[in-house]
Design a protein around this ligand. Structure first.
Ligand SMILES: NC(=O)N[C@@H](CC(=O)O)C(=O)O
Ligand SMILES: [Zn+2]
Ligand SMILES: [Zn+2]
Length: 345
C-alpha cells in the first residue's frame, strides 16, 4: 500500500474565492495546495470587465501567504452587456483566461447572467477568435423544468447545438453531475472538457436527503441519483484527459447554509487534493490522480504544466467542524470526519 504520493502541483479549474475580508481565510487554503486556480466571477456586483478582473486579482494576491507562489487566473462574467470588444481586451491580458456563462437565475449570484441565449453566437465567435474557453454553468432555468433534469435539458437544448455551430471554440462544462454530461463531453472532440467536483464524485442525492436533510451537501447543480454518480466515477476511472479537477469550492457562512432557505455551495478548498486522493484511492485509480489534478486542465487551457511537486502522506486527521470565514464561520465538506490523506508541508 502506498503511503506517500508525490505529484506535480495541481491546479483548481473552478473555484469561488468571494471577496473582502474572507479572502484572508479562503485564499491561503487554495494557495498552499494549488499552483493556479480559475477564479469564478460571481461576486456582487459580478466581474464583467477586464479592469474589475485585474483589480480583483490584486486583492486575491494580497491574501496569498508570503513564500507561496499562486497564480489566480481570472474570468469574466457574461452578461447581456458583454461585447466582442470586451472579450478581445480580456483575451489580450495574460491574467484573464475564460468567460463564464451563468444562465440568469441558475445559481448563487447569477441574477446578472445572460437572459438572451440568442446572443451567444456573437460571444462564441469572439471567444474562438481569442482562443478563450467558454465556461458553462449548464442548467436551464425554466420554472417548469424539474431541478434534477436541468442539466440534461441544457445539454440537449443549448449546448449540443452551440457546440455544433462553434466547433473550434473551447468549451468547459463545469461541475458535471450526470451521465448525460459525461457522455456529451466524450462525444465531442478535444475542444470540449469538463470539471468534476469532489462532492459529485463522492455523493449522490441519498447522502443529502436520507435520514435528514444535510444542507452542507446542497450545491448546484444538485446531487443526482447514484447511477449518475457512478457515471462520473467511471469518467475519472477511464483516465480520459477531457476531465479535470475543479472543486467548485463555494464558501457560504454557516448561518446562510443552515437556514430555512439555505444557499447552494460546498466548501472543500481546505482539503481539496486530500479529498480527491481519497476518492481516487477508493476507486482503485490513485495512479490516475496526477493527470486529473495536474495535467489535463493545463493541457486543455494551453498553459504549461506546473513543475513543482507536492507530497501527500497517508495520515488520519480530523476535518475541522468549523473554520473561520471573515467575522463568521464556515462548515467545510466532511466536517468532523476523519480524512485519510494529508498534504505534507
Ligand atoms: N455551486 C454552487 O452551488 N454554488 C456556487 C455557484 C455555482 O458554481 O454554481 C456559489 O457561488 O456558491
Ligand atoms: Zn455553477
Ligand atoms: Zn461554481
Amino acid at each position: 500500500m502506498t503511503d506517500r504520493l508525490t505529484l506535480i502541483r495541481p491546479d483548481d479549474w473552478h473555484l469561488h474565492l468571494r471577496d473582502g475580508e474572507v479572502l484572508e481565510h479562503v485564499v491561503p487554503a487554495t494557495a498552499r495546495q494549488m499552483g493556479r486556480a480559475i477564479v469564478m466571477p460571481n461576486l456582487k456586483p459580478p466581474v464583467t470587465h477586464l479592469e474589475q478582473a485585474l483589480a480583483y486579482r490584486e486583492r486575491i494576491l494580497a491574501a496569498v501567504p508570503q513564500g507561496i507562489s499562486f497564480d489566480p487566473l481570472m474570468t469574466l462574467y457574461l452578461t447581456d452587456n458583454t461585447t466582442a470588444d470586451m472579450i478581445a481586451a480580456a483575451g489580450a491580458s495574460p491574467h484573464v483566461k475564460a468567460v463564464k456563462l451563468y444562465p440568469a437565475g441558475a445559481t448563487t449570484n447569477s441574477d446578472s447572467g445572460l437572459t438572451d441565449l440568442g446572443r451567444l453566437d456573437d460571444i462564441c465567435a469572439a471567444l474562438t477568435e481569442a482562443d478563450m474557453p467558454l465556461l458553462v454553468h449548464g442548467e436551464v432555468t425554466d420554472q417548469h423544468v424539474d431541478i434534477f433534469d436541468r442539466e440534461k435539458q441544457f445539454l440537449d437544448e443549448i449546448l449540443t447545438p452551440l457546440a455544433a455551430r462553434h466547433p473550434h471554440m473551447k468549451l468547459v462544462v463545469e461541475h458535471i453531475t450526470t451521465r448525460d454530461a459525461a457522455e456529451f463531453v466524450l462525444a465531442h472532440g478535444d475542444k470540449v472538457g469538463a470539471t468534476i467536483t469532489p462532492q459529485h464524485l463522492a455523493y449522490n442525492r441519498n447522502h443529502m436527503l436520507v435520514g435528514g436533510i444535510r444542507p452542507h451537501l446542497f450545491c448546484l447543480p444538485i446531487l443526482k441519483r447514484n447511477t449518475h454518480q457512478q457515471a462520473l466515477q467511471d469518467a475519472v476511472v477511464s483516465g480520459s484527459h477531457k476531465f479535470f479537477l475543479g472543486t467548485d469550492s463555494a464558501p457560504h457562512a454557516k448561518g446562510a447554509k443552515e437556514n430555512a432557505c439555505g444557499c447552494a455551495g460546498c466548501y472543500s478548498a481546505y482539503a481539496a487534493i486530500e479529498l480527491y486522493a481519497e476518492i481516487f484511492e477508493d476507486l482503485g485509480v490513485l495512479d490516475k490522480l496526477e493527470a486529473f489534478a495536474s495535467f489535463n486542465g493545463a493541457d486543455f487551457y494551453g498553459l504549461p504544466r506546473n513543475t513543482e511537486q507536492i507530497t501527500l502522506v497517508r495520515q488520519d486527521w480530523q476535518a475541522p467542524l468549523e473554520m473561520p470565514f471573515g467575522q463568521d464561520v464556515i462548515v467545510p465538506l466532511r466536517a468532523g470526519e476523519t480524512l485519510r490523506w494529508k498534504l505534507a508541508v
